[in-house]
Design a binder for this molecule. Structure first.
Ligand code: SF4
Length: 457
């Protein structure tokens, strides 16, 4: 039986680089969650091959130990989760693996490999790239069969581009959560010692032009297979899940059926969505089904900025959905992005003031970055990765001289948002476990006193 390795390498400094759903960034507060891109591939691959997982960051192993473990396993094929920030290091690793396994075949996936596949396939270490995961075609490719769609690969010295898959509903076997060391991962809002991830849809229907998800085809997973996965998780005692959809609830009819199943199985869970997608009846039903936290992307409420970034939303809907969630016993985290190109300081401050008036429990502030797949990404970033900074705590605002002012806006936002005794009381009242309290406390401290994670600027 062929041996296949799912590998999530660290980087040369053993930093926590999160490579996640077509996006890469450094972890804000040393939390590091299960790599869902590899997780969703694991079920189909384990049906056909001997499968092993090495996640160097989660297992806290350095380059030498990673190479040693790969050598011991002696895989025929490595599926490697890579990224704009790490592809140089990842390719170097493959070169080292090939010193003891010259015919080792590779499949790469990750942000820059999806969005710039024609460039990335040219590297010698890259034999193939998946367009979109899950990818049933990957098993065909590894077994040496013809690939019908969804991959670009090398064959007989030529590059073969299979077409994109066109169906809307996708199917894949229940992921092998057991092959990942779930106890080693942490997520800021987990409430039990183990919290795993589940996907119900892929991509996003919205068109925000700074977001990689807007460039990924929207597809939905078969409800039957989602239920199989939930039933499996419940049977092995995992009751805390993060639903990793970019935007939860985009299809109301399916979401209702899904919520019924979650309620029946008694999960505690959290998710990310948009206020316009969540109507109040859905929010009430989410609460009954065990949802205890929803992250709502706001990013900016400046009308000028919203036009530029192709994101339209209304303040009254945001206010109402946030209030209804907290009333329904669901804590709310709101996301804001500072430093969109052309965004004025006064506009950022208006968004800050607006968010401070809502009933949201938590505020997460990120700095704008020109991510692969967004309108702001430039092709030459692929070869300038050492200058790239996708650290959400320390963005570079290339070509701008206002970084200091934007950092001040961040601290101003955190202060006016959290210096509110009612909010602090509601946060403490909403803690579901000591584990959750510890992680949130750590995340809060890191928001005020972040460590610079990757080189730059
Ligand atoms: S709604 Fe969120 S996930 Fe969807 S495109 Fe906009 S920012 Fe991305």
């Amino acid at each position: 039986m062929l041996k296949v390795l799912l590998l999530n390498p660290s980087n040369e400094k053993n930093e926590m680089v999160i490579k996640d759903q077509y996006c890469s960034f450094t972890s804000k507060a040393d939390y590091f969650w299960v790599p869902i891109d590899l997780l969703v591939l694991s079920g189909d691959l384990s049906n056909r091959f001997d499968l092993k997982v090495i996640d160097s960051t989660a297992q806290q192993i350095d380059k030498e130990e990673t190479i040693k473990q790969v050598r011991e396993y002696d895989p025929d094929h490595v599926v490697i989760l890579s990224s704009l920030l790490t592809h140089d290091y990842d390719r170097e690793l493959i070169r080292q693996f090939r010193e003891f396994k010259p015919d080792l075949k590779t499949t790469f996936l990750g942000d820059v490999f999806y969005f710039s596949r024609d460039e990335m396939i040219k590297f010698d270490e890259v034999d193939s790239i998946i367009y979109e995961y899950p990818c049933p075609e990957l098993s065909e490719y590894i077994a040496g069969e013809d690939v019908s769609c969804n991959m670009i690969y090398k064959k007989d010295g030529k590059i073969v581009k299979a077409p994109f898959r066109s169906n809307d509903e996708i199917v894949y076997s229940t992921p092998r959560h057991d092959l990942f060391s779930l106890e080693k991962y942490s997520v800021p809002f987990m409430m039990e010692d183990i919290c795993t991830s589940v996907l119900t849809n892929f991509g996003c229907k919205y068109t925000c032009n700074y977001c990689p998800a807007s460039s990924v085809n929207f597809r939905q997973r078969s409800l039957e297979q989602i239920f199989e996965e939930l039933t499996y998780l419940e049977s092995v005692g995992i009751k805390n899940i993060w639903i990793r959809d970019f935007t939860f609830g985009l299809n109301k009819a399916r979401t209702n059926e899904f919520l019924d199943k979650l309620k029946e199985l008694g999960f505690s869970w959290f998710c990310l969505s948009r206020a316009e997608t969540l109507d109040n009846s859905m929010i009430s039903k989410m609460s009954e089904a065990g949802c205890y936290l929803v992250m709502i992307g706001v990013d900016s409420i400046s009308s000028d900025t919203m036009k530029k970034i192709s994101r339209i939303q209304k303040r009254d809907i945001l206010t109402d959905r946030i209030a209804h969630s907290t009333k329904s016993d669901i804590q709310v985290l709101v996301h804001m992005i500072l430093g969109f190109p052309g965004d004025k300081l006064i506009d950022m401050i208006r968004t800050v003031h607006f968010l401070a008036t809502t009933k949201a429990n938590f505020l997460s502030i990120n700095f704008f970055s020109p991510r692969a797949g967004s309108n702001y990404f430039q092709k030459d970033f692929i070869h300038r990765f050492n200058e790239m900074n996708l650290d959400s705590n320390f963005a570079n605002f290339e070509g701008e001289d206002r970084s200091f002012s934007i950092v001040l806006v961040k601290y101003y936002a955190l202060l006016i948002f959290y210096l509110n005794p009612v909010r602090v009381f509601r946060i403490l009242y909403g803690m579901k476990s000591k584990r959750m309290f510890d992680l949130i406390f750590k995340t809060g401290v890191k928001q005020f006193f972040p460590k610079r994670k990757n080189k730059s600027l």
